[in-house]
Design a protein around this ligand. Structure first.
Ligand SMILES: C[S@@+](CC[C@H](N)C(=O)[O-])C[C@H]1O[C@@H](n2cnc3c(N)ncnc32)[C@H](O)[C@@H]1O
Length: 285
């Protein structure tokens, strides 16, 4: 029950002596303010992966990428699992030039329906993954309880036309409309990449054991390897969250085509936990 009902920070934030169970306001997804929009992503958990992202959470890694690209003219860059694209936007703004910047995510769109003061959000498979109003959030974590509360309403709503919502911040959307080098689209890391070969692939807070099995992670890494140019880099980031706050950890690998593997370039803040796995992989030529 407690896993299903959460408190909306927009209303309860600062009113209670504890923080547990208080979640960012998902209704800020309707805001034009870029930072508020990104904050709302913390409340969007679609399947078992959250869309949590944040301004400035890849700062050290982005500094490294910028320096790496200094001698590469017109690179192609891909961000996988970019959420609302706030970190892509930061990197785009700091780069001098690039040929293509692909901002991608598997859950780039959702739909919603407002009924009796509650917003019902649905994923691309038409499953309801969040219900919210100004005070409360409801997740299908305890499925029986969620169904007990909302099963009938969801069944009624599923048959009605929903509104579409692009889960990408407005500033990036506007930029991509006037800059054809920036493309935003749905991409699943577990499928082969069939666009231009890439100089840089960024996978932030996605390919990690908390979310996927080792087999799935290897599947994703193989697709990343195949999508890279020889000598292109794969950047794996994991922002480790503890009670003390968040630490940006990342590891950068370079594709070595002749030896069919990813070689270590550098670790930032100790690197990522899947490092040994990545270095042990031999890809097919
Ligand atoms: C925790 S967020 C990370 C956002 C951003 N990269 C960052 O580090 O701040 C993970 C993102 O991966 C997306 N995602 C989940 N499964 C995916 C998949 N199979 N392929 C691509 N993206 C996926 C989620 O929708 C979510 O937006």
């Amino acid at each position: 029950m407690y896993r299903t009902i959460k408190l909306n920070k927009g209303y309860w934030g600062g009113k209670l002596p504890f923080k547990r169970g208080i979640i960012a306001d998902p209704l800020q997804v309707f805001s034009d303010d870029v930072e508020k929009f990104s904050m709302s992503m913390k409340a969007f958990k679609i399947g078992h992966v959250t869309k949590h992202t944040e301004f400035k959470r890849h700062q050290k890694t982005q500094r490294f990428i910028k320096e790496w690209l200094h001698d590469i003219s017109n690179p192609n860059i891909l961000d996988i699992g970019a959420s609302d694209g706030i970190t892509s936007l930061e990197l785009i703004k700091s780069l001098n030039s690039f040929a293509k910047y692909f901002v991608t995510d598997y859950n780039l769109m959702c739909t919603y329906f407002k009924r009796k003061g509650l917003f019902y959000f649905f994923n691309q498979l038409h499953d309801c993954f969040l219900i919210a109003n100004e005070k409360f959030l409801f997740y299908p974590n305890d499925e029986w309880f969620f169904k007990l509360l909302f099963g009938n309403s969801i069944r009624k709503i599923q048959r009605l036309p929903h509104k579409e919502l692009l889960l990408v911040n407005k500033e990036l959307q506007n930029r991509s409309k006037i800059d054809s080098r920036i493309e935003i689209f749905t991409y699943n890391v577990f499928e082969a990449w069939n666009r231009e070969k890439l100089d840089v692939i960024i996978v932030g807070n996605l390919l990690q054991p908390g979310y996927f099995t080792q087999e799935k992670i290897i599947n994703g890494l193989t697709n990343n390897y195949n999508a890279l140019k020889d000598q292109g880099i794969l950047v794996i980031i994991h922002n480790e969250v503890t009670r003390m706050g968040e630490t940006e950890k990342s590891t950068i690998y370079k594709k070595n085509f002749s030896e069919n593997h990813l070689e270590l370039v550098t670790h930032i803040n100790g690197g990522v936990e899947i490092n040994n796995l990545i270095l042990s992989l031999k890809f097919e030529s």
